[in-house]
Design a protein around this ligand. Structure first.
Ligand SMILES: C[S@@+](CC[C@H](N)C(=O)[O-])C[C@H]1O[C@@H](n2cnc3c(N)ncnc32)[C@H](O)[C@@H]1O
Length: 332
């Protein structure tokens, strides 16, 4: 008998909503480290994730609070459902992640899932805040999600306009929410040459507590190690380009349809930026690059891909030209 039931929040994205239950089943199984069986059940026509546990211990309750789409938790008592508190650890309102709207933005629920499964896969002993690098960060969905979850964030993005737009959004957001912060977008120069810009933010969440930091460089992801220097990260979390350009058709035809070429060069750089025992979580379009090929690229980069059952359950359709999957690999 499953004793605890999780009601999932509806996704605003209809396509994602269709896959969300399956994805979150795997997400929760990974977050719980195989300690509790997670299954999908339906009660009176409503879907739930069911956990066969007698007592909701602190670690499980914390995992449910972080889950990408948990809405409410119940304990099953005979025919009745008793609501339990759902403690969200979020240090900022979710509007930090949901307000920005732009073509090419990664689904917010999916981003939280990707961060969760990656951080749950670290093999290093961690206690406290972590550092998350998104080396193709767009306008920062992963970075803002990492901040919401209490971590420090770092990024690289080749589109300077995206970095500028993220900087402008953050400055306005932090000022409007009256959060104590500094936010600076400054030029990066080496040997007199302009290399782009960097964004540095330090913010204290509402209610106080630890200051959190964010650093983003404009530039090519293959230069990520050069840009971030000696800094090492607990996790690299990245939603790779789908080979589809959200914008002008003229540039679309010039782009490599698959991200294979870029990833084969970038994976080694990112692996070098991970701490030992750190983890990479990468989502990509399988139409341009098979799982087998990507797994072998990750191995060549010195990472160990995780391939137990829940890790193989993330494939889902995004649209007619994108079938997205997730690869998690650890740095041994
Ligand atoms: C799928 S999007 C990620 C979107 C991001 N998660 C967000 O929600 O804003 C992939 C991003 O990779 C960036 N990109 C593509 N090639 C790159 C490269 N060589 N170096 C750095 N960024 C790159 C694109 O500009 C795009 O912003």
């Amino acid at each position: 008998m499953a004793d605890h039931l999780v009601l999932l929040a509806p996704s605003s994205n209809r396509v994602y909503a269709g896959a969300a239950e399956v994805l979150m089943t795997a997400e929760l199984a990974i977050m719980l480290g195989g300690e509790a069986a997670v299954e999908r059940i339906s009660l009176a026509g409503i879907g739930y994730l069911a956990l066969a546990i007698d007592v909701l211990d602190e670690a499980t309750a914390a995992a449910l609070g972080r889950l990408s789409g948990a809405y409410a938790v119940f304990r099953r008592e005979g025919d009745h459902l008793r609501p339990l508190p759902l403690a969200r650890p979020d240090r900022f309102d979710d509007d930090l992640v949901t307000i920005p709207k732009y073509p090419g933005k990664t689904n917010e629920q999916f981003t939280r899932l990707l961060v969760n499964v990656t951080l749950a896969s670290l093999t290093r002993v961690t206690d406290g805040p972590l550092t998350v690098l998104d080396p193709m960060c767009g306008r920062g969905t992963t970075l803002s999600t990492a901040l919401v979850l209490g971590h420090d964030a770092a990024g690289v993005e080749s589109d300077l306009k995206a970095v500028e737009a993220y900087a402008a959004f953050l400055k306005t957001y932090l000022r409007r929410h009256r959060l104590k912060h500094s936010a600076d977008l400054t030029p990066v120069r080496r040997e007199g040459r302009s290399l782009g810009r960097r964004l540095d933010v330090v913010v204290t969440p509402e209610g106080g507590g630890r200051q959190q930091g964010l650093t983003v460089f404009s530039g090519d992801t293959r230069q990520s190690a050069a840009l971030h220097g000696r800094r090492r990260f607990d996790a690299v979390v990245v939603d790779a380009p789908y080979g589809i350009v959200h914008g002008s058709q003229a540039t679309a035809t010039k782009r490599d349809r698959s991200a294979a070429g870029l990833l084969s060069e970038a994976l080694g750089v990112w692996a070098g930026q991970l701490k030992t025992g750190g983890a990479l979580g990468l989502s990509w379009n399988t139409y341009g690059l098979s799982r087998e090929r990507l797994t072998s690229l990750a191995e060549q980069a010195g990472l160990r891909p995780l391939d137990s059952t829940p890790y193989l359950s993330f494939g889902h359709r995004v649209d007619s030209s994108i079938h997205r999957d997730v690869l998690v690999a650890v740095k041994a």
